[in-house]
Unconditional design. Structure first.
Length: 330
């Protein structure tokens, strides 16, 4: 198994770098790669992290899992790309500062496009060739906290079997909060553009079950959420028979049919009345916006809502996100 300069024979672990571009003074830009190549045959499970540069809980989780595994006892291959967006990671921000694009809207990429499109192309070329399953790890942005949750998408142009397997594996990951998103009709989703450019969506279009795992807040390591991510990775590996044992089933799971961002209409300071994991009835207070003279706005739930994520940095401008709400759940 070889990716860039990383290679591993059966029963070995290998590390290396996948070149994805160059900077003006001829310094190369790389994505780090870890390969744990099992001694026995089995599936290739790819885990990707930091497609947004400040989302790093999943990156540490995959690093720890990769070095805890014994490749001589592993069936199949685990591939980890812990930092997909290395330029954004260097600058501790969500998007690539060279072109200000969202890397997770650029797949399958373009070998003749702008920098982020070329990164997406180089990464996805390897994923498409080698992966049988994929998890794309995310967190909320640095200004927010969140419960761990997964997002599995219903992709109209993907095979029905791939859609079904994606949901099955996402739920086996084993967290309480699970979001089912039909990208053909999605409402309340990210404002940065259509969802068809996501890594997970393009995997599914190519027959690879894939989902997103949102593991808390960005810009920091949260040990509790790192442990949730590690358990989820191992649950999927157990399901795929890569390691022994049965997945640890979640005691309870919510399946959200839709989710919605709540935005501030005024600017000032957001004072939260809720925390991630709270369940609100219509009319209950989520936050109020104030300045140093008066209260400016009170934001309330319009329907029964589950708080997936909430703001922790109080300084807020008009139109910024206050919370992410899970809605209409079973």
């Amino acid at each position: 198994m070889k990716i860039g300069t990383a290679s591993a024979a059966k029963g070995e672990r290998g590390t290396g770098l996948l070149k994805v571009g160059e900077l003006s003074l001829h310094s190369d830009v790389f994505i780090p790669v870890i390969i744990v190549h099992g001694k026995e045959e089995g599936p290739t499970f790819w885990i990707n992290g930091a497609v947004h540069g400040d989302e790093i809980n999943g990156s540490l989780a995959m690093y720890e899992v990769a070095w805890e595994l014994n490749p001589k006892k592993l069936k199949g291959t685990l591939i980890c790309t812990p930092i997909a967006n290395t330029m954004a990671y260097h600058w501790r921000q969500t998007f690539n500062p060279l072109d200000h694009l969202d890397l997770d809207r650029q797949f399958p990429g373009d070998p003749e496009g702008v920098f982020s499109q070329r990164v997406a192309y180089q990464l996805f070329r390897e994923v498409k060739e080698k992966a049988n399953y994929l998890i794309n790890f995310h967190t909320h942005a640095t200004s927010y906290s969140a419960v761990p949750y997964v997002v599995f998408k219903s992709v109209p142009d993907a095979k029905l079997q791939v859609n079904h397997e994606t949901e099955k594996v996402a739920r086996i990951f084993g967290v309480l909060a699970n979001c089912r998103v039909d990208i053909g009709t999605a409402r309340g989703e990210q404002p940065s553009g259509p969802l068809f450019g996501g890594l997970d969506v393009n995997c599914m279009l190519n027959g690879i079950p894939a989902f997103m795992a949102e593991m808390g807040g960005g810009g920091r390591f949260e040990r509790e959420n790192i442990e949730v991510a590690k358990k989820g990775i191992k649950n999927v590996m157990k399901y795929l028979k890569m390691i022994p044992g049965e997945p640890e089933a979640a005691h309870e799971q919510y399946i959200f049919r839709s989710r919605k961002f709540l935005y501030s209409n005024r600017a000032g300071l957001a004072i939260m009345a809720v925390k991630p994991g709270d369940i609100l009835n219509p009319g209950e207070k989520i936050a109020h916006i104030m300045d140093f003279f008066s209260e400016l706005e009170v934001l309330r739930a319009k329907e029964r809502s589950y708080i997936l994520g909430a703001r922790v940095n109080p300084v807020i401008h008009t139109g910024e996100r206050v919370a992410l709400l899970g809605l209409d759940w079973e």
